[in-house]
Design a protein. Structure first.
Length: 338
């Protein structure tokens, strides 16, 4: 009888502990949902895209729009709730479109910290920046730790470019890569049966050595895109083509070198660039930032971040995102890789 009572007491304790754990877990999830998830999604459901916020009060008819271009410039489609941060191409483009059509915006501050990225994406940003300039607005660029290749491409149209002594910039050029594993396949007796509708259909295939015709054709594409880059710098910086080409062998420059060779105008940090732009626009402009902080596309609370990180591992997520965002494949890139 005593043994039976002991068993009952043990069962009762186990059930009580299980209920306690269940209650705690349920409370945590309810709290997260109520205070973070539901509020966040309700906020985004009722907020126009892209979001914007006033970061410095001033004349609402004389605004400075801040746009952050941070990370690898590629349209990865990572705009969902679980994107842990980084560059958001759709948000940048929509921000630039709104700025171009907003008569109350007279100045734009680009905060650029990027190794560059896709040729298409960089050119798309440049096109919308030109629309903003054509609308009579002033553009300043503040280059952070890195504004290389495509990061410089999008800075080039600015009326004033600020860099710090530590900024890595330049890398004017194009890179296009593929992996040739044909010798490895041959070593292991692997053969590829490929059927194409034309001789160039499997161009840049890793299963065979490129022909001379393919090499010349791809190099011609790279040269054409490089010329576009040279034209952008030539127009943006008021240089001759020869001056640009003398700087455009792919090398990077520190900020003070960039000022000396004409790729940048002044040494200064973002606050220096903002102060200069404020002064040019009259000193009382309202500063509006478009998009979100690059740490997260959706502002999870600390609870939610810790929960997701514990599930998947922050380091592993960062590694996978880095591989995806920095992949090259056969896509042409305005990209500087260390």
């Amino acid at each position: 009888m005593e043994r039976f009572d002991s068993v009952k007491r043990i069962i009762a304790v186990v059930i009580a502990l299980a209920l306690l754990v269940f209650g705690v877990v349920a409370s945590v999830f309810n709290a997260m949902w109520a205070s973070d998830w539901e509020e966040t999604f309700n906020q985004y459901a009722s907020t126009e895209f892209p979001p914007s916020s006033i970061v410095e009060q001033g004349d609402p008819e004389n605004k400075i729009a801040v746009v952050n271009i941070e990370g690898t410039i590629m349209d990865t489609g990572n705009t969902g709730a679980f994107n842990s941060g980084g560059y958001n191409h759709e948000m940048v483009i929509e921000s630039l479109k709104q700025i171009a059509s907003d008569d109350t915006v007279n100045g734009v501050m680009l905060n650029v910290d990027s190794p560059g990225g896709g040729v298409y994406e960089s050119a798309e940003i440049h096109s919308h920046l030109q629309d903003i300039k054509d609308a009579g607005k002033t553009i300043y660029s503040s280059m952070g730790g890195m504004a290389a290749s495509g990061g410089y491409y999008v800075s080039a149209p600015a009326d004033q470019i600020f860099a710090t002594n530590e900024t890595i910039t330049g890398s004017i050029g194009v890179i296009m890569q593929s992996i040739n594993y044909s010798q490895l396949a041959e070593e292991y007796g692997i053969e590829f049966d490929t059927y194409t509708s034309g001789d160039m259909k499997d161009m840049l295939s890793g299963s065979s050595e490129p022909t001379q015709e393919e090499e010349e054709y791809v190099q011609g594409m790279v040269d054409s895109m490089f010329q576009d880059f040279v034209d952008v710098v030539e127009a943006g910086r008021g240089m001759s083509e020869d001056e640009v080409r003398n700087l455009a062998d792919g090398r990077v420059y520190l900020g003070d070198e960039a000022v000396d060779n004409g790729l940048a105008d002044q040494i200064g940090y973002p606050e220096d660039a903002m102060a200069a732009l404020q002064e040019e626009l009259g000193g009382n402009a309202q500063v509006v930032e478009y998009g979100q902080n690059s740490n997260s596309n959706i502002p999870f609370s600390a609870q939610a971040k810790e929960f997701v990180g514990n599930l998947f591992g922050n380091n592993e997520i960062a590694k996978i995102e880095s591989l995806l965002n920095n992949r090259q494949g056969v896509q042409p890139m305005y990209l500087y890789e260390q």
